[in-house]
Design a protein around this ligand. Sequence first.
Ligand SMILES: Cc1cc2nc3c(=O)[nH]c(=O)nc-3n(C[C@H](O)[C@H](O)[C@H](O)COP(=O)(O)OP(=O)(O)OC[C@H]3O[C@@H](n4cnc5c(N)ncnc54)[C@H](O)[C@@H]3O)c2cc1C
Length: 324
Amino acid sequence: MRIEVSSGSDLKFDKLLFATGSRARSLRLDAHSETPGLYSLRTLDDCVALQGAISPGAQVIIIGGGLIGCELATTIQKMGAKAIILETANELLLRVLGKTIGSWCREELEAIGVEVHTGVSITHVDLDPSFREVRCGDGRRFSGDLAIVSVGAEPVTALAEHAGLACARGIIVNSVGMASSDTVYAAGDVASWPLRSGGRRSLETYLNSQNQAAVAAGAMLGKGEPAPQVPISWTEIAGHRIQMMGEVTGPGDVVTRVDPGGTGMTVCRLNGGELQSAVSIDQSADFSFASKIIERRMLVDAESIRDPLIRMKDIFKLAAKTVA
Ligand SMILES: Cc1cc2nc3c(=O)[nH]c(=O)nc-3n(C[C@H](O)[C@H](O)[C@H](O)COP(=O)(O)OP(=O)(O)OC[C@H]3O[C@@H](n4cnc5c(N)ncnc54)[C@H](O)[C@@H]3O)c2cc1C
């Protein structure tokens, strides 16, 4: 077994790990065309190009209101420019953070001057160098000095597909990272890894990528411990630290725990007494215990979670006696 590298030499291997990550998804306005000339944010070069292009007073259109779009909007406002987010869904951040936190973040972004438009379907982007305009299906038009596309990521699987490995929005691996050939492994954004809650996908987070890398490395050395993943991530939006763990959407009840000081909250999903997900805004202490409860599959009481006067640390201690 061997791989070819661009210098022309061949490398032999006994085991191979794909860690080729993902790339920014481009805006496809129809099935056959991509729109060149738009900015995106994935690499250091992208970052430097954006820094050079955004000046105070500039009007910047961001296509896509997910994590990166909202982080970008925050930074653009800090730079003294104006961010306009255009999002297809009827709320920001729906996929990763859910409706409650998405709507809270929209209000916080609007409070720092970001203009947010949801339910927008983009049909045309005009990239004339002196004037850039985005046209929408309902006739609305938005103009700006530059437009950034932040509509998600795509795993970089071309090499793996060429090698004949099974891929479907990522290299399909088992819960130790082994691909459809037992000599090949994948970890990080490029891997479609099994989830603890069922199903599989590329998780696109640092902590899951690091965990998968350690598990796959162990398995390649014959010490693989199955590790179905629980998504875990964080972000900073409009000056707030947001941490998240688990699958935000799914069966059960959503319970919101509001900080009595009014400075933050934790939104949890519970199903059958088990905490399935927690998203915290400026509540790092609560989050650190909530994440342990999720990780260890402990049973908790919804009313205790809802009551901010009961410390999450105490809920954790009590729950430590039960395992789902
Ligand atoms: C703007 C931005 C902000 C983010 N913020 C957060 C955050 O706050 N929290 C969080 O948890 N996650 C965040 N992420 C996601 C996080 O960066 C990724 O989940 C993580 O980097 C994935 O690691 P990886 O090693 O799988 O892939 P990458 O970090 O993408 O590394 C893949 C590497 O493989 C190289 N490569 C690709 N193809 C080849 C090839 N054929 N030959 C050789 N090399 C190749 C690439 O050049 C790249 O260096 C963010 C991502 C972006 C883009």
